[in-house]
Design a protein around this ligand. Structure first.
Ligand code: CUA
Length: 675
């Protein structure tokens, strides 16, 4: 049987499933080896470029032909780290499609440069306690995006919204996947910082975020952190209620559960059998707080003394009832179930987890919780059925010093697998395997789960290890967080890239490595440098689940996704003065602003309503008055409003920032500010 080159390319491009290539030989002339026949040109080019046979196969497996976007079967939504944004990339091409502006101003998308739709979002996210608190440093101009969480229905991604936490400030943002724009930034009360979330519950009832470094409960007593840490510091597990129509978080329906001042870290939501529960790792149960100049050990030593830290098991469905029963206190506008109440009501349990754990990741069937212990070479696999039985029979080892019942480790563990050094995060495929990143080994380990996936000797076994380059943190398998993972590919998020790319200065890019999961052995397919921030975590979704709009219905305000009352129809233009306010209604289209001249008096309040009346996908215009720091992106159909005080006199150039037509440069105008 011979396979045509076309078939080979197609077969390989969808992931190589069922493809028998044998050993492909490339020579000067056309060669036939095993079941394949390849043109000699391929061999010649490969030889000239120094590519090995396997390199060519990897290229064919990942190449997306021009004009064939559907060959990217999945999209990655990667946190952008301290860029404060979200990166959208294709798989297997690994091409960057978009950087979604979230916490940090972004000029291309006009995010944070005068448009009401983004300015209001950003302002709302910097107003609460925990925002920028210093008058000398008033602006929160960045975020540290960490954990993206795609919305779910029945434990599967539904393509509606994505949430992401700001590790720096304990905030959380919502992006609407109808237009890939940030619609809400919420500064969560009582959170100083947040690392280990967010995640959504399996029907997106809530998005969860918790503290990392705990919060000082009384800001006026900073020094009591040193003298009375145990009593004045607290952690909070936050369940932000999601409006099922808008995707927005609603503070009045949300609640928090007070936690001991351990360092709450990675977390995950229960699913299927464990729906209604949430799991949070913690480290620093030693409650160390540094002080290396004052005779105390540095954090890294002080926080690594205990052999076990405590996984938090939170019954949030029960917490909902406790809230309904009124057993909460309002703290900074948030309903909080106090620690003693949480314990008394059975909302909170602990189970010991090996020393300084990092990820806790729930398996697709909801029954296994895989915990990587940074300082333990095993992945510890807890069984939710065992945890539940231990809770029901009050199979406690002890009460911890805050009175929280601690379940017996041995009663809750289903299996342990020695995987290598520095295990962190686990992802799952569709065949009952887990894939865990090994930071210290710079590797990914593949291991089997127990029943119903594998039983007897086959369960809880290390089956493969692949070296990655280098220092892998998180990793993602396709839809590997859901109840129905796709398998196929894995992406390792490597912190270091040392010798993998041309040297581009002293700050090196991170390295996303694409790995093929379809074979018996994991296989490295490609390296992709990430030159913006340090992406922390990624979720992947099947491309077809995203149903983004290409054009807004005419006159839509992205903030409301409804017709803006100030939108104008095609060609409409009007300027009105009321006292010292000048209000303009402007049509924006190829290739002019109507009106294109604004006459104002110094000190006037200027309000400009801009409507891009284009109906063609991609017919975006910009509206910039650079010297006033105004830069708006007006996507087709979009209406936005800019408001400012004309406090500097002069003739100020306005122009369209997007190359929209042959006469794009002519798309300009003037704002004349006279005394
Ligand atoms: Cu409109 Cu350029």
């Amino acid at each position: 049987m011979s396979i045509t080159r076309r078939e080979l390319l197609q077969g390989a491009a969808i992931g190589g499933a069922g493809l028998v290539v044998g050993k492909v030989a490339f020579g000067g002339d056309a060669t036939t080896t095993g079941d394949t026949a390849l043109s000699g040109d391929v061999g010649k080019i490969a030889a000239e470029r120094g590519l090995l046979d396997e390199d060519v196969i990897h290229a064919v497996k990942t190449f997306v032909a021009p004009g064939k976007p559907s060959m990217d079967s999945h999209l990655l939504f990667a946190s952008g780290g301290h860029s404060g944004q979200i990166l959208v990339m294709g798989v297997p091409s690994m091409k960057l499609m978009k950087v979604i502006a979230v916490f940090t101003p972004e000029p291309w998308q006009g995010h944070g440069y005068g448009a009401d739709s983004s300015d209001l979002v950003m302002a709302a996210g910097t107003s609460a306690e925990g925002g920028a608190v210093s008058a000398s440093r008033p602006k929160l101009g960045w975020g540290d995006t960490h954990h993206p969480a795609l919305s779910e229905t029945g434990g599967e991604y539904d393509g509606r919204w994505i949430y992401i936490n700001d590790r720096a400030n304990g905030r959380i943002a919502m992006v609407d996947l109808r237009d890939f724009k940030t619609k809400q930034i919420f500064d969560v009360p009582n959170l100083e910082t947040s690392h280990g979330g967010c995640f959504v519950t399996q029907n997106s009832d809530y998005v969860h975020i918790s503290t990392m470094q705990p919060t000082l409960t009384d800001r006026s007593k900073a020094e009591s952190l040193i003298t009375d840490y145990k009593n004045v510091m607290r952690g909070y597990s936050t369940f932000m209620a999601i409006n099922q129509t808008t995707g927005r978080m609603e503070q009045e329906r949300s609640f928090q559960i007070e936690l001991p001042p351990y360092t709450q870290d990675l977390a995950d939501s229960g699913k299927l059998v464990s729906d209604g529960y949430a799991f949070i790792n913690s480290f620093n149960t030693e409650m160390a707080f540094g002080g290396n100049m004052e005779g105390r050990p540095p954090m890294e030593v002080g926080a690594s003394k205990n052999d076990f830290d405590m996984m938090h098991i939170i019954n949030w469905k029960l917490a909902e009832q406790v809230i309904k029963d009124g057993k909460f206190e309002m703290i900074n506008g948030m309903r909080v179930i106090r620690l003693d109440v949480a314990v008394a009501e059975g909302v909170l349990h602990f189970v010991p987890e090996p020393k300084s754990p990092h990820g806790v990741d729930v398996s697709p069937d909801g029954n296994y919780l895989c915990v990587g212990g940074k300082l333990d070479p095993h992945v510890t696999i807890f069984g939710f059925d065992k945890i539940l039985a231990a809770i029901e029979s009050k199979d406690y080892e002890k009460l911890d010093e805050f009175g929280v019942p601690v379940l017996k480790f041995d009663s809750c563990v289903a299996g342990r697998v020695e995987v290598g050094l520095g295990p962190l995060h686990t992802q799952y495929d569709d065949k009952g395997y887990g894939y865990i990143s090994l930071f210290l080994d710079s590797a990914v380990a593949k291991f089997s789960l127990g029943e119903p996936y594998f039983s007897g000797e086959e369960a809880f076994k290390l089956v493969d290890t692949l070296k990655v380059n280098y220092n892998v943190g998180h990793l993602v398998a396709m839809e590997g967080d859901t109840v129905k993972p796709d398998g196929k590919y894995l992406v390792a998020l490597n912190k270091w890239s040392i010798d993998r790319f041309p040297v581009v200065g002293t700050l090196k890019p991170q390295n996303f490595q694409l790995i093929d999961l379809t074979g018996e052995k994991m296989e490295l397919l490609s390296d992709t440098p990430i030159g913006i921030g340090e992406p922390h975590y990624v979720q992947s979704i099947r491309t077809e689940r995203i149903k983004s709009w290409e054009v807004y219905p005419a006159g839509t305000n992205p903030l409301t996704m409804e017709l803006d009352p100030n939108a104008v129809a095609d060609g409409g233009q009007r300027v009105e003065r009321t006292g010292t306010t000048v209000e303009a209604w402007m049509t924006v289209m190829r290739s002019q602003f109507m009106p294109d001249t604004l006459h104002v008096t110094k000190g006037d309040k200027v309000i400009v309503h801009l409507t891009n009346v284009e109906e063609t996908p991609d017919a975006t215009h910009g509206f910039a008055i650079p010297r006033y720091n105004i830069n708006v992106s007006l996507d087709p159909g979009e209406c936005a409003t800019v408001e400012f005080i004309a406090d500097a006199e002069g003739a100020f150039a306005m122009y369209c920032t997007e190359f929209c037509s042959a006469l794009h440069l002519e798309m300009q105008g003037w704002m004349l500010v006279s005394v």
